[in-house]
Write a protein that binds this ligand. Structure first.
Ligand code: DGY
Length: 322
């Protein structure tokens, strides 16, 4: 019998798969909120597997609290910056995540939603209309920009970045530039994406969209020097992780109209969204919901379960990171 602790209820799609496995003793944190740290430390005691979500910091202290029988941390997220991967490796603990085409599609659609909301000033005009300020049509009211024919600069040309590129290329003839630690030949073949140095991308793109994991090397990847390189008419889109951007510097750049605007789904100190950011009209903000579609979250739930089931039957989980 393997004991598994699930830190927050996840969609039934995955739970059903886990419940079918009679050799698993499943304990789910019963409240629909982020598990308090002290409760997490208590509830993981003696478990073999932790199914965590991205808001749980799974570090040495949690691994110690669980005990030496802990052998799998199955994260319900594509990102895994909430887990001390090196510590897990040292202890022989496998870590898994939940990538897949459904989550890539959902995040890509969200990126497009942010881009179009900015281009057509949707949140600004929605607020204006709701406040009953619309007193008559005008030829120069709320002018926006065209997405068709513009240039997208992808920082990170993996699965999600590629899904964004494909949709913008096929649907709107957007030119794609990308920068990454390695080339993505498939992305280049499918979208005509051009690999370029970060500086070139920042100077040329109309939309700079971030699709990198949060690592020491990507922390504050976008700061004052990078924002300075961007065009005054360009927008920054972040659906990756908040700390990839130096948020205070971004706020300054937005206030000073150094760039045209930003579409943000993630923040440096979540769940805190700075008041200054919330006040800016040239920003569209969503609460880390880029992957929040039923299809995507069901797929993530199944992927987390499949990682666990593979592991408990002695196989390498499909999404093993370490
Ligand atoms: C992830 O999976 O890492 C997203 O941030 C949440 O879906």
């Amino acid at each position: 019998m393997k004991k598994i602790f699930i830190t927050r209820h996840i969609p039934e799609a995955g739970l059903r798969l886990l419940r079918k496995q009679r050799s698993l003793k499943i304990d789910v944190y019963e409240k629909d909120r982020i598990i308090p740290r002290r409760v997490l430390l208590r509830r993981v005691r003696g478990v073999d597997i932790i199914l965590s979500i991205l808001t749980d910091r799974i570090d040495k202290q949690v691994m110690d609290a669980a005990g030496p029988q802990l052998k799998l941390i199955a994260n319900f997220a594509v990102g895994f910056d909430n887990i001390d991967i090196n510590e897990a490796k040292k202890r022989g603990i496998t870590v898994t995540n939940t990538p897949g085409p459904e989550i890539s599609a959902a995040v890509a659609e969200h990126v497009l939603a942010l881009i179009f909301a900015l281009a057509h000033r949707i949140t600004e005009t929605d607020t204006f209309a709701r406040k009953n300020k619309y007193k008559g049509w005008g030829p120069e009211m709320f002018l926006g920009v065209d997405v068709a024919g513009s240039t997208l600069g992808l920082i990170g040309g993996g699965a999600i970045g590629s899904a964004v590129a494909k949709r913008l290329k096929d649907g709107f003839g957007v030119k794609i530039l990308y920068h990454d630690v390695k080339h993505n030949i498939k992305l280049e073949a499918e979208t005509g994406a051009v690999f370029c140095p970060l500086k070139t991308l920042l100077k040329q793109a109309d939309w700079v969209s971030l699709h990198v994991p949060l690592l020491p090397s990507t922390h504050h990847l976008i700061g004052a020097p990078e924002l300075k390189l961007m065009k005054k008419t360009a927008y920054l889109i972040n659906t990756s992780r908040g700390p990839v951007v130096d948020e205070a510097t971004l706020i300054d750049a937005l206030k000073n109209n150094q760039i045209a605007g930003a579409g943000l789904d993630v923040y440096e100190h979540e769940p805190h969204i700075p008041r200054a950011l919330r006040k800016l009209p040239n920003v569209v903000i969503t609460p880390h919901t880029a992957s929040a579609t039923h299809t995507s979250r069901d797929a993530m739930s199944r992927a987390a379960a499949q990682n666990i089931l593979a592991f408990t039957s002695g196989k390498t989980p499909p999404n093993a990171l370490s």
